[in-house]
Design a protein around this ligand. Structure first.
Ligand SMILES: Nc1ncnc2c1ncn2[C@@H]1O[C@H](COP(=O)(O)OP(=O)(O)OP(=O)(O)O)[C@@H](O)[C@H]1O
Length: 696
C-alpha cells in the first residue's frame, strides 16, 4: 500500500528553492498567499503546516525510543551472563538476524512486489564472507563485516541489473536458483570448508570466529558459560536501527515509489520514477540487509553450520514476511520473531513426536514441513499477515464505513468546487491569459509510430501553446491514444520530432518527460486503490521520483517541513477538484467520476506545464462532465497547456480552443471546434453518423 509520504528534502541535494516544478518551500508560500485570499479554513493553513511536522517528529521519536527500549529489554535475561541464558540469547540473536533479513525482503517483496527467493543466498554470503575475510584473510572482524556487506551489495547489484527487466515467475525462479547455487558453492567449495562447514575446527584449526574488539572491549558471543554475551548489545541495537530506517524509507516518497512500481511500472515512470534504477537500488538494499542477517548469525554463534543455509532458510525468510504482514513496517519484525520462536518452540517438537508416534516413525513432517503448513494456512486464512490483518481491522473499526458513505454522499466535480480555489499558475513568470502570445510549448512534426505494418500514427503535426486546450478527436483506432503515448514517452516514435519547451523529448523515458513538466491521466484511472485519496495525490509530487535513498532513510529535519508543505498543497489540490472532504477515503472506494478527479489532482501535484488527458470524460455522468469542463477551463486560465483526447463532442465543443481530428494515424481536420465538428470529412470519418451518435 502506498504509505503517507512524510517530508522530503529536495531530491538530489539541490537547493530546495530551485525545484523546477516549484514544489519547494517557496512554492508552498505561494500557495499560502493564494489561500489567504480564498476560503474559510485557509487562515489555519500555517498552523496546519506546522502541526503535522511536529506530530510526525514526535511519532518518529516515540517509535525510535520504543524500538531501542524493546531491543534492550530483549537482552535483559542475559545481563548476568549465567550459562542458562545462553540459549535465550541465541534465540534473540536468531530473531534479530531473521528480522534484518526479512526487513530487507519486505522492501523488495512487500512494497515493490518483486518476489525474491534469493534472500537466503545473501544471508549465506554475508555469513560466509565475513567469516572468510576475518579468518582466512586476517581482516579485523569489524572490517570483515563491512567487506561482507559490500560483497553482498556488489553481487546484489549484478543480479539486479541482470534480472530487473523481468517480473513475476522469471525473476523469482532466477533468485531461487541463485540461493541454491550459493548454498552449494559455500557449503561444498574447498575454500569454504566443504561440507564440514566454515569456520570449523577440523578444516581450519580454529574453533570459532574471533570476536569483534573495539578500543580494547571484546564483544563476547552467547557461547561461553559465565560470560556476559556483550555482542548482543550491538546486535539488538543494529536490528532496532534497521527497523527504524526501514520505517523511514517505507513512509518516504522513496517508499511510495516502490509501491508505485509494485502497482504499475508504467504509472511509476509517469510519476517521474526511474523504474530500472529504483528496482536495482531496492534489490541492492535488500541484499545488504540479507547479508547483515548472516553477519549477525555468525557473530552470535561464532561458527557456521552448512545445513543452516539450505533452501529452507530462504523459505523461512519469505514466511517471516508473509506471516508478519508483507508491505507493513512491523510485519517483518513480528513475523521473524514468531517464526523463529515457533521453529525452536516445544510446540513443533511435540507435534513432530505426536506424528512419529501416531502416524509413522519414518514418514512424518519435521519442522520444515510443519512450517510449510503454517505458510499455506497464512496465505489462505490471513493473506495480509498478522500486522496487516490487525491494521485492517483497526482501520475499518475507526472509519466504520464512513469513508465510503462520504464518497457516495459527496457531490461530483461541481462548479462550486472548481471555483473555490485559485490554481497555481503553470509558470508564474510568464503571462498567459487570453490574448497574450501563446507560443507553442509542444511542437510535434511528422511523428510516426508503427506497430508492424500498422501505421498507428503516420506523420502527425501538432502545436499546443500555454493556456490552450487542444482536443484530439477521431474515430476508434484513429491513433489518438498512440499520439498521447508518444508525447508522454510510452512509445518511442519511428519518425518525426516531438519538442517540449524547445527540447526534444521524442523517445525519452516517461520519467524524464514527466520531470520535464509533462503530466498525464489515463483512459482508465490508474490509482493506488488501497491508499487514501490524500496519499494518492502525495505520490504525484516530484519527490516520489527524486528523493534519494539516503535522505529517505535518515529523514533530516527538512523532510518534516516538506511533508507538511506537500500535505497542505495536496489538500488544496483536492479542494480544487472537489474532493476536499474525501482525503482519508480509500481511492478504491471512490465512484468512477471522482477517481478521474483524483487523477487530475495527482497530475497537478507535479506542477506540470502540459497535461495530457486521455479520454477524461469517459464513464462520467453528465453533471460530472460539466464539472470536468469547468475544471479544464480553470486550468487553461492559469496557463496550463492541455492535450485532451476525447470522444465527448459536447465537452470538446465547450472547452477546446483548437481541435485536431485524426483518422488512420493522419491529420484529417484542424481548426476551431465549430470548424472541425462541422467538417464533412470529419463527419464521414465517424462512419457517416452524426458525431453525437459516435459518443453515445
Ligand atoms: N501496443 C500496440 N500494439 C499493436 N497495435 C496497437 C498498439 N496500440 C495501438 N495499436 C493499434 O494502433 C491503432 C491506433 O490505436 P489507438 O489506441 O491509438 O487509437 P485511438 O484513436 O486512441 O482509439 P480509441 O478511440 O478506440 O481509443 C489501432 O489500430 C490499435 O489497434
Amino acid at each position: 500500500m502506498i504509505t503517507t509520504q512524510t517530508s522530503t528534502p529536495t531530491p538530489g541535494g539541490a537547493p530546495e528553492g530551485n525545484d523546477p516544478h516549484g514544489n519547494n518551500p517557496d512554492a508552498a508560500d505561494k500557495g499560502g498567499k493564494g489561500r489567504r485570499g480564498s476560503r474559510g479554513n485557509r487562515a489555519t493553513g500555517a498552523a496546519r503546516r506546522r502541526t503535522p511536522g511536529r506530530s510526525a517528529l514526535l511519532r518518529d521519536i516515540l517509535f525510535a525510543v520504543g524500538a531501542f527500549a524493546v531491543a534492550m529489554i530483549a537482552i535483559l535475561p542475559g545481563r548476568e551472563g549465567v550459562g542458562t541464558s545462553i540459549s535465550t540469547m541465541q534465540l534473540v540473536a536468531s530473531m534479530a538476524a531473521m528480522t534484518v533479513a526479512a526487513v530487507g525482503l519486505n522492501l523488495l517483496m512487500g512494497y515493490t512486489k518483486l518476489v525474491s527467493l534469493g534472500q537466503g543466498g545473501f544471508y549465506a554470503i554475508g555469513a560466509y564472507a565475513s567469516a572468510w575475510l576475518a579468518l582466512d584473510k586476517g581482516w579485523n572482524p569489524l572490517l570483515a563485516i563491512v567487506g561482507a556487506l559490500v560483497i553482498c551489495g556488489v553481487i546484489g547489484a549484478l543480479v539486479a541489473m541482470a534480472t530487473m527487466q523481468m517480473r513475476g515467475p522469471q525473476f523469482s525462479v532466477i533468485t531461487l536458483v541463485l540461493a541454491v547455487l550459493v548454498e552449494r558453492i559455500l557449503n561444498e567449495g574447498k575454500a569454504f570448508g566443504q561440507l564440514a562447514g566454515y569456520p570449523n575446527y577440523a578444516q581450519h584449526g580454529v574453533t570459532s570466529m574471533p570476536p569483534i574488539e573495539v578500543f580494547g572491549h571484546v564483544f563476547e558471543p552467547p557461547m561461553i558459560a559465565n560470560t556476559v554475551a556483550t555482542v548482543m548489545v550491538p546486535i539488538v541495537l543494529v536490528t532496532a536501527l534497521v527497523v527504524i530506517l526501514a520505517r523511514n524509507i517505507a513512509r518516504s516518497p522513496w517508499g511510495s515509489s516502490l509501491s508505485a512500481i509494485g502497482e504499475s511500472e508504467m504509472l511509476a515512470s509517469h510519476l517521474g520514477v526511474n523504474v530500472f534504477w529504483r528496482k536495482v537500488s531496492v534489490f541492492v538494499l535488500a541484499s545488504v540487509l540479507g547479508g547483515l542477517g548472516g553477519v549477525i548469525a555468525v557473530q552470535a554463534f561464532s561458527h557456521l553450520q552448512p545445513e543452516t543455509f539450505d533452501i529452507y532458510l530462504t523459505i523461512t525468510i519469505v514466511l517471516a514476511v508473509v506471516f508478519g504482514g508483507s508491505g507493513t513496517v512491523l510485519g517483518p519484525l513480528v513475523g521473524a520473531v514468531a517464526v523463529v520462536w515457533l521453529e525452536q518452540s516445544p510446540i513443533l517438537t511435540s507435534v513432530s513426536s505426536f506424528q512419529q508416534e501416531n502416524i509413522s516413525e519414518t514418514w512424518y513432517l519435521s519442522t520444515p514441513g510443519l512450517v510449510g503448513i503454517l505458510f499455506l494456512l497464512t496465505l489462505f486464512l490471513m493473506p495480509r499477515g498478522i500486522v496487516g490483518s490487525v491494521g485492517q481491522l483497526v482501520h475499518s473499526r475507526i472509519r466504520g464505513g464512513a469513508g465510503l458513505a462520504k464518497a457516495e454522499a459527496a457531490e461530483g466535480l461541481s462548479e462550486a468546487s472548481v471555483e473555490s480555489e485559485p490554481i497555481p499558475d503553470a509558470d508564474p513568470e510568464t503571462p498567459h491569459a487570453e490574448g497574450v502570445d501563446p507560443d507553442a510549448i509542444l511542437v510535434i512534426e511528422g511523428a510516426a509510430k508503427h506497430f508492424g505494418g500498422l501505421k498507428a500514427v503516420d506523420g502527425m503535426d501538432l502545436q499546443v501553446a500555454k493556456g490552450q486546450i487542444h482536443a484530439i478527436i477521431g474515430p476508434n483506432g484513429a491513433g489518438k491514444s498512440t499520439l498521447a503515448n508518444l508525447i508522454t514517452g510510452v512509445y518511442k516514435p519511428n519518425g518525426g520530432t516531438i519538442s517540449f519547451q524547445g527540447k526534444e523529448i521524442g523517445g525519452l523515458a516517461p520519467h524524464k518527460i514527466s520531470r520535464s513538466g509533462v503530466a498525464r491521466t489515463f483512459q482508465t484511472p490508474q490509482l493506488f486503490h488501497d491508499a487514501t485519496v490524500l496519499e494518492n495525490v502525495l505520490t504525484g509530487f516530484p519527490d516520489t521520483g527524486r528523493t534519494s535513498l539516503l535522505a529517505a532513510a535518515v529523514k533530516p529535519p527538512s523532510r518534516y517541513r516538506r511533508d507538511a508543505e506537500m500535505r497542505d498543497e495536496a489538500e488544496r489540490l483536492l479542494d480544487l477538484v472537489g474532493l476536499a472532504d474525501l482525503t482519508d477515503v480509500l481511492a478504491g472506494e471512490l465512484p468512477y467520476g471522482k477517481q478521474r478527479a483524483l487523477e487530475i489532482a495527482r497530475a497537478l501535484a507535479s506542477s506540470p506545464e502540459l497535461i495530457v488527458l486521455d479520454e477524461p470524460a469517459a464513464g462520467l455522468l453528465a453533471t460530472e462532465s460539466v464539472g470536468l469542463g469547468d475544471l479544464l477551463i480553470a486550468l487553461r486560465e492559469h496557463g496550463y497547456a492541455l492535450v485532451v483526447v476525447e470522444h465527448h463532442m459536447d465537452l470538446v465543443a465547450r472547452v477546446a480552443d483548437k481541435v485536431t481530428c485524426m483518422d488512420q494515424g493522419r491529420l484529417l481536420s484542424r481548426g476551431t471546434p465549430e470548424q472541425v465538428l462541422s467538417d464533412e470529412a470529419v463527419i464521414a470519418a465517424y462512419l457517416g453518423k452524426p458525431l453525437e451518435e459516435e459518443q453515445a
